[in-house]
Ligand binder design. Sequence first.
Ligand code: PBG
Length: 307
Amino acid sequence: MIEETRVTTDDLIFPLFLIDGKNQKTEVASMPGIYRLSSDLILKEIEECLKLGIKVFDVFPAVEDQHKDKKATRSYDANFFYLKCLREIKRQFPEACIMTDVAMDPYSSDGHDGFVKDGKILNDETLEILGKMALAQAETGIDILGPSDMMDGRVGYIRRVLDENGFSDVSIMSYTAKYASGFYNPFRDALDSAPKFGDKKTYQMNPANRTEALLEAQLDTEEGADFLMVKPALAYLDVIRLLKDNSVLPISAYNVSGEYSMIKAAAAKGWLDGERVMKETLLSIKRAGADIILTYFAKEFALTQKR
Ligand code: PBG
């Protein structure tokens, strides 16, 4: 009766990794229990998860090297497997809410989220590419775009492109306070998308900064974001609370790959009770102020609710 916080499957977004091909399923070595799935199997996974009460999915493509280039041209090729699969998901499961990722890294031969020239990430040149990518994704019928690239001005740019093309009902969950973090490595294994040189510190945030998250939140709000995200979640619970207290927009938090892997690794060694710590972790993120949690634990959590 007096319990203040409760996590349910309604709070969760399940990130999924898509690969090209048929009947393909490979486990991500650093993320036990998480698989890269081909289109046919991802459809099955979504069907299963819908039955468990998970309604929102964030789909990321793992792209083969031969399809990567400097300008991420495959990202807006309507015949590429990612966009084809999104269309099929919405055709078979119109009731599923589908979120996509807007950033160049899965398709970039440089492994960066932006366009690289002479060793520098060029902000404004990147916006043009992100605009094309966002439009191509919106055309598949998806519901939420997730710009994870961290270029300045991209939310406003993407919003304009969407509105001008009749997609005013597609919403934007902005990666607002996305920190240059060591917790993303297992994700980069999953997509084989690690930067080929340097790091992402010129566009992702400095982990030392809190006030800057407010500035990012203000800009994203003015530019038309529908949700604000904090990422990673656990080392940034204070930032989640800060945005929750200073915004009327829904706040989401990304319980990232490294946070998942740490718990899985310790549980595999018998050092932690994996299920208990999973629940405590999700609860802490919600208690900190997140309305929505992106988490690789989504399905596992849902299964424990059915027991
Ligand atoms: C890149 C992107 C990253 C994640 C989501 N989108 C990694 C990065 O910025 O290098 C990380 C998610 C996770 O670690 O679970 N656009």
